[in-house]
Design a protein around this ligand. Structure first.
Ligand SMILES: Nc1ncnc2c1ncn2[C@@H]1O[C@H](COP(=O)(O)OP(=O)(O)OP(=O)(O)O)[C@@H](O)[C@H]1O
Ligand SMILES: [Mg+2]
Length: 197
């Protein structure tokens, strides 16, 4: 990343040859890359989990996301969780998981539809976070494949979002991530299950 920044500086020093607006955009991309790396730097080592107010974390992050996605996506959040309920998570990584599932949902809806987040308390001291969209759905044949590295139906997809999301939820939070239901042409619901103690 620092060498990319050095190239940006190099291009800056010759504005006749390298258009300033392009250099600025490259710089923004490098900064974005830096944020993402910061989020993942804890993945190589063992990320620390902290007790967080789950309702608050999800509400704040939903607000943040709502501002960044198409206004034609109606986003909503409902929670059955008692206010103040604490759940052990790594906030940055957990938010990254929510962001990626929501981004997939927006893609599946082509930017138009409903995106509903629901938090529910399950028996056995578990918490379920459901993310439901009204998008194109996932075919039976693809249901198992969506979590495989490299599986993507998108022109520019890496097919890594769900692979990493599953790893974050299952390996680092000892939870579960799966497709709760999906119907082609109707929509999909992803479920994250975490332990609430
Ligand atoms: N909500 C959804 N509705 C329909 N299909 C989905 C949904 N979420 C994921 N998929 C399917 O699963 C595939 C894999 O998703 P994943 O997030 O791992 O990769 P991607 O979005 O294609 O690329 P990226 O690495 O940029 O996230 C998608 O390409 C898509 O076909
Ligand atoms: Mg994705």
């Amino acid at each position: 990343m620092s060498s990319l920044m050095a190239w940006v500086e190099y291009m800056r020093s010759d504005p006749d040859q390298y258009d300033r607006s392009i250099t600025d955009e490259i710089e923004k991309d490098v900064q974005r890359l830096e944020t993402i790396t910061a989020r993942f730097s804890s993945i190589g080592s063992v990320p620390t989990l902290k007790e967080e107010n789950l309702n608050e974390v999800v509400r704040q992050f939903t607000d943040y996301l709502a501002k960044r996605i198409s206004t034609k996506v109606k986003m909503s959040l409902t929670s059955q969780l008692p206010p103040g309920q604490l759940v052990k998570i790594n906030k940055l990584l957990f938010e990254w998981v929510i962001e990626n599932i929501c981004k997939n949902a927006v893609d599946a809806m082509k930017g138009v539809g409903e995106l509903r987040l629901t938090i529910a308390l399950l028996p056995n001291h578990e918490v379920a976070i459901d993310i439901a969209d009204t998008g194109k759905g996932i075919s039976k044949a693809n249901m198992q494949k969506v979590f495989s590295p490299g599986f993507s139906t998108k022109k520019r997809g890496w097919g890594l979002g769900l692979t990493l999301a599953k790893r974050i939820v299952e390996e680092y939070h000892k939870g579960r991530l799966f497709v709760k239901s999906s119907e082609v042409g109707k929509g999909t619901t992803f479920r994250i299950v975490l332990n609430a103690n």
